[in-house]
Design a protein. Structure first.
Ligand SMILES: [Fe+2]
Length: 318
């Protein structure tokens, strides 16, 4: 690694008080690009070494409207360099799952990054995971909510993230309960009126942004290859909050009693969270990306946008 993480901070500059990240959208700058680990050659090598079964490949309509869903595909027979080339030329995104915690080189960087973040913010972080996402021009992510605290470290290209407040009408307790109970993936109902509450953040190389837990968001890429790390982490407060939502959701479904996280007495919340943990072990996993998204295309340089559809192409891809 050309970048010496022992003598340089990865985080360069906070645009507001780092200790307010739990409560406010907070921007800062970083030096991940200087490690050399996100240049073409390094990324190709990384993709070659990563197990194919642990690679997510998806597409969707360019600049997706907020209600659009993604479509999963395959990229068998391509080496890392070809795959990266296809991301640049095509219209899809790939993510080598768990690379930031499993690959020794990237995992070391991730540990350093989280250590600096923990120190700057003063947060107690119970667990963390980072997803490296390589995405084509004009790709995006639809309106959704993440259950853990989330931030995006952007490294190459340009994108815009649209962030919404973490409460009704942008996200309901019922939606959070259904996601925690694994009845739904993380997508949310969307209507154009929600744009009244949007905060738009433009991200270029070296920019990062974090937002309060349960803030819905969606993303649109610019006209270039995008390389980012999406990081999720949990704090004891988040674990307890999600435990309350989970427990209330289970009780509501079993008894019909209308529970509310907002009205749960503060002193009972730890007990709620413990109960949720016990119930969670017993609950079957109902919905996963694998069961809800069949593979509908193959990456192919001879096809339009490098996507060869299996069967009928969506109307927007024709
Ligand atoms: Fe997200």
């Amino acid at each position: 690694m050309a970048f010496d993480t022992d003598s340089h901070s990865l985080i360069q500059k906070w645009q507001k008080d780092a200790r307010r990240v739990r409560n406010e959208v907070t921007r800062f700058n970083h030096r991940l690009a200087e490690t050399g680990l996100f240049e073409d050659e390094a990324l190709a090598k990384l993709l070659d070494s990563h197990p194919y079964e642990e690679l997510t490949i998806c597409t969707m309509r360019p600049n997706p409207p907020a209600y659009e869903r993604w479509i999963a595909g395959e990229a068998r027979g391509l080496d890392g360099g070809q795959l990266l080339d296809a991301v640049k030329k095509g219209r899809f995104w790939i993510s080598p799952r768990h690379v930031m915690t499993v690959n020794p080189v990237y995992a070391e960087l991730f540990r350093r990054l989280m250590s600096e973040y923990r120190e700057a913010t003063g947060l107690t972080i119970a667990s963390s995971d980072g997803a490296l996402i390589l995405s084509s021009p004009h790709m995006g992510v639809f309106y959704h909510v993440d259950l853990a605290e989330t931030m995006l470290w952007h490294i190459r290209g340009h994108k815009t993230i649209h962030l919404y407040p973490p409460h009704e009408p942008f996200v309901s307790e019922a939606s959070l309960e259904a996601i925690l109970l694994k009845e739904n993936l993380t997508d949310l109902p969307y209507s154009p009126e929600l744009e009244a509450g949007v905060m738009q953040v433009d991200l270029g190389p070296g920019d990062a942004v974090s937002w309060p837990v349960h803030s819905p968001h969606r993303v649109c890429n610019g006209e270039d290859l995008n390389v980012s790390i999406s990081i999720e982490y949990t704090t004891p407060k988040t674990v307890m909050l999600n435990g309350v939502y989970y427990f209330n959701g289970r009780v509501r479904r079993m008894t019909g009693v209308n529970m509310s996280a907002q009205r749960t007495p503060a002193l009972l919340k730890p007990a709620w969270a413990i109960g949720a943990k016990a119930l969670k072990i017993l609950a079957p996993r109902k919905v996963t990306a694998e069961t809800t998204h069949e593979r509908r295309f193959d990456i192919d340089f001879s096809a339009k946008h490098c996507i060869a559809w299996r069967g009928q192409a969506p109307d927007w891809a024709a």
